[in-house]
Design a protein around this ligand. Structure first.
Ligand SMILES: NC(=O)c1ccc[n+]([C@@H]2O[C@H](COP(=O)([O-])OP(=O)(O)OC[C@H]3O[C@@H](n4cnc5c(N)ncnc54)[C@H](O)[C@@H]3O)[C@@H](O)[C@H]2O)c1
Length: 258
């Protein structure tokens, strides 16, 4: 018997990914594009156009867009533009985020506000703006990027503001997922573990003892590839996850289970 794999297809779907210029956002855009979606790649960096063109050269359907997720007006305008151009939005990935390090006792007000505004306000503004479009059209899938730092105190690095935003992102998805469940809009979070991006490669070079500790704590004894985070996002975006909402799916090589 031939199994029905169409449930994994994103053919004809319109997807928006924030923080898409590089790293995990770029990988998510590539994965959604490879599964058939048209992907609007939004970022505050102009280089997002170049990244979108690169994926376009790989044969994917992409476009670059500019957004600052800390501005609700900016996010609302992006949602309006995308909806006006494509007539619908099926998938939104609220991926834009920043990390930094600070002890709790030395944490500045400015760093606290900055991380809240990008990582938490940004997810709320993105989910609200695109969620309204999805509620009007009767369906859609929203995925926000949380972190292992949202479910446990990671070590040895310290970034309590970041950790609180990522716990908030997961809880936002739980509550919004339930609120919109009967209206066809699913809301879920993906929690990446330590992922092989430029930033972590730098840690590996500059602080090999930190990298060694991470690897020791990760049951799979390795970093995740950005594509592995993207695969979890794509699953939640697809009809294969039609019964799943309000959940946090950890893509963390076993880190949070250990
Ligand atoms: N890399 C990891 O190991 C890891 C682990 C857990 C969670 N995460 C999360 O995954 C997401 C992506 O991380 P990454 O490692 O690819 O980071 P990254 O810094 O490589 O990419 C983040 C992207 O977000 C964009 N961005 C930042 N502020 C923005 C704003 N105000 N408006 C619009 N775009 C903005 C940046 O320009 C950048 O392109 C983040 O939410 C991060 O917290 C990463």
């Amino acid at each position: 018997m031939v199994k029905n794999l169409n449930i994994f297809s994103l053919d004809g779907k319109v997807a928006v990914v924030t923080g898409a210029a590089r790293g995990i956002g770029e990988a998510i855009s590539r994965q959604l594009g490879e599964m058939g979606a048209h992907v609007v790649m939004a970022d505050m960096l102009d280089v997002v156009d170049e990244t979108a063109r690169k994926l376009g050269d790989e044969g994917l359907s992409t476009e670059g867009e500019r957004v600052d997720v800390t501005s609700s007006q900016n996010v609302n305008e992006l949602a309006k533009r995308v909806n006006a151009k494509h007539g619908r939005v099926d998938i939104v990935v609220a991926n834009a985020g920043i990390a930094y390090e600070s002890t709790t006792e030395d944490h500045s007000d400015e760093d606290w506000r900055r991380v809240m505004s990008i990582n938490l306000d940004g997810v709320f503004y993105t989910a609200r703006a695109f969620g309204n479009i999805m509620l009007d059209q009767g369906g859609g899938s929203i995925i926000a990027i949380s972190s292992i730092a949202g479910v446990k105190a990671v070590r040895p690095e310290l970034h309590i503001g970041y950790d609180v935003t990522k716990a908030g992102v997961a809880h936002f998805c739980k509550v919004a997922g339930v609120e919109w469940a009967a209206r066809g809009v699913r809301v879920n979070a993906v929690g990446p573990g330590y992922t092989n991006t430029e930033m972590l490669q730098r840690v590996g070079l500059e602080q090999p003892e930190v990298m060694a500790r991470w690897i020791d704590d990760i049951p799979m004894s390795r970093l995740l590839e950005p594509s592995e985070i993207a695969q979890a996002v794509a699953f939640l975006a697809s009809d294969a996850a039609s019964g799943i909402t309000g959940q946090l799916l950890m893509a963390d090589a076993g880190y949070s289970a250990a």
